[in-house]
Design a protein around this ligand. Structure first.
Ligand code: TYD
Length: 130
């Protein structure tokens, strides 16, 4: 359901180089997006995907992902320089950070399709039970 994959990191006096080789992921990304300038008082996400696989990697700061499989909530922290989180479809997620300058990279297995989203948690619970 969820798993960690380390990026390759090359750090020296010039800074940090974070490398994601797509051959190290179980699927080939078709889309990437980046969360930044976050409001520490709010969270993003609050949806589930029916088919989309994703890989989340912190490029700056610490991020909290609260995941719900329809029965149990799990809270996972990912940090800059640490492992990235791979998640399968069928998980409700809420994503937040305490730091306005935090940056999260997200790699996704499919292009953006609004039809792949479930944005209502009761609908999600029903979908999981069906
Ligand atoms: P939203 O789903 O609210 O983002 P988050 O899950 O991070 O809270 O997306 C905000 C808007 O951006 C919404 O109109 C959909 C659009 N969007 C795209 O067009 N392409 C994308 O790849 C993503 C992630 C969102």
């Amino acid at each position: 359901m969820q798993n960690f994959i380390d990026p390759q990191i090359q750090a020296d006096s010039r800074g940090r180089l974070t490398i994601v080789e797509f051959k190290n992921l179980p699927w080939v990304p078709q889309r990437a997006y980046f969360l930044s300038h976050s409001d520490p008082k709010s969270s993003r996400g609050s949806h589930a995907h029916k088919e989309l696989h994703q890989y989340f990697i912190s490029l700056r700061g610490q991020w909290t992902l609260r995941l719900f499989d329809g029965t149990e909530w799990t809270e996972i922290e990912i940090i800059e320089g640490g492992a990235g989180l791979l998640i399968e479809p069928g998980l409700w997620r809420e994503i937040s950070t305490d730091a306005e300058d935090a940056v999260l990279g997200v790699f996704a297995s499919q292009p953006y399709f609004e039809s792949d989203y479930i944005r209502d948690i009761d609908e999600f619970i029903e979908w999981k039970a069906s």
